[in-house]
Design a binder for this molecule. Sequence first.
Ligand SMILES: Nc1ncnc2c1ncn2[C@@H]1O[C@H](COP(=O)(O)OP(=O)(O)OP(=O)(O)O)[C@@H](O)[C@H]1O
Length: 608
Amino acid sequence: MTATAPTVPGGWSRYLRLWLELLGLCRRAYPGRTAGLLAIKLVSSVNVAATALALQATVDAIVHGDVTAAAAAGVAAAVTYALSAYLLTLDFTLMILMVDSVGALDMTRRINDEIVGLDALDHLERTEVLDRITVVQAGGWSLVYGTWTVVDVVAGAIRLGLTLLLLGTVSPWLLLLLVFAALPLWLDRRGQHAVAKAETDTAEAFRLQRHLFNLATEAAGGKEIRVSAAGDAVTELQTGAWDEAVRGRTRARLRAAGYKVVGWVLFTAGFAGGLVMLLDRAARGQGSVGDVVLAITVAVTLRDSIQMTVARVSRTASSAGVVDAYLWLRAYAARARDADADGLPTPAVLREGITLEGVRFTYPGTDRATLDGLNCHLPAGSVVAVVGEYGSGKTSLVKLLCKFYQPDAGTIRVDGVDLARLVTADWHARTSAAFQDFGRFQIRFGQTVGLGDVQRLDDREAVREAIRAADADALVQRLPEGLDTQLGRRFDGVDLSEGQWQKTALARASMRRTPLLLVLDEPTASLDAPSEHAIFERYMARARELSARTGTVTVVVSHRFSTVTDADLILVLHAGRIVESGTHDELLAIGGRYAQLYGIQAEAYAAG
Ligand SMILES: Nc1ncnc2c1ncn2[C@@H]1O[C@H](COP(=O)(O)OP(=O)(O)OP(=O)(O)O)[C@@H](O)[C@H]1O
């Protein structure tokens, strides 16, 4: 995926399409409730005019001495007035139900499916994507709420239109109130725009604050913070981030409030002028008494109508920040998926292997290449060791092989086909990997292993086989309920040591039967020397077995050189470049960097 931002097609129509789509979602999930809500909003919007007309008829009937007509119109006025209050309560209750169910449940699932479930990893390290995910995840419900607010705006506009129509029948001059009504709307929108921008601008500071909070309260980071007495320093950093975020948002909210006050002052002036004119007409005996009552009734409710419409438009505008972020993320995800849609199938078996040609890679948001000028061939069926000092780029190289990122330049070929052209999900389905920062899935032990091949998640025999491959049989035997043991103390389960968690990650990586790429990134970093030895022996045997079955390339990353001496090919990385490559014996014979570092480590081990 390229680093450029996606363009979201369609100006205003894109909002309209999304609102209609979300209304469709509500209709499919709750047809009765959706129809009910639409009906309530429509009836409410015409009800005010009905009340005003009934009052006008009542007063005129009284003036003409027609008691029966006056009583009938009076009852109609009372019923429509009571109906307003009843509909308001019903509307509120149904709205809450709708937003809770569709907004919280269905939208969260959608957001996860559409955006968070992207196959690549680079989006999780791009701030422009992360900022939007922060906004959307916190406000998924507001997408649905915003949609219904748009329906409210339409209903409010109908109500406002009817109100103005009735006022126009009394005096066309009263229609000027429309101009005064538009001013607060426009000013309020400007304020909301500033607030939405401030929310996106400060999302990073909020994320930092949450990260620091989690760091201090979760067991892993919390231990180190307590031992190093860094609690105050972390709190200070957290307060700083919080302060920055809140200050930005408060400034924008104050500006928005200022716009609102100015808008209301202007409207109040216009409204007062209209009332003076009405009183003048009444004093000069123009129109019926009923007309005057009608004008006063609707003029009084006009204030409410406008206030409600302004509030709804601002609510819609305030959810526009979330809508924009959501549409941007959808376009981003669609582009990523489109790039994959025409992808080529992953081969069933590797025949030649994986070839890197002039590969350069720079992490998103950084300006220095982490890997540069990588040229090498990883033959099908081989065990390739990648060694080098800390930070030399070993893990970055395997991330490229796993297609989590795209190189900035150069190509990675799989049996001659550019890896970028293979369907990412298919390539992932044929990749097995245990990473250095392995996941600690706090579910049942059997599941944490079975997740390595979801199709065989419940295949206990397959899970047991993977456990044996990772030399973790003894660990399972010690667990109170074996494969069914719940992991993680937070869930009333068993906590594992670092080495034991690493073994579960290794077992997970052993679930797939036909991977084309098997990545073991520092697979024994948390294990003791005997376990390390046993694991390497088992993995060399497994690599040979996979090699015969599917031509799998096994890539082992290690900075302990002694563990990889049996590899078919050793790549020595230094500052993002391959500086030497060959077998252990060949590299020793060269007497270069590998030989030097191997010698130093062997001495250190002997001394230890
Ligand atoms: N997500 C990232 N964003 C930006 N820079 C990164 C990221 N991950 C790694 N780097 C940088 O890339 C360089 C290579 O890191 P990498 O993890 O590939 O090295 P490594 O050889 O695997 O190191 P180690 O032996 O410590 O695991 C380092 O300078 C690191 O800071």
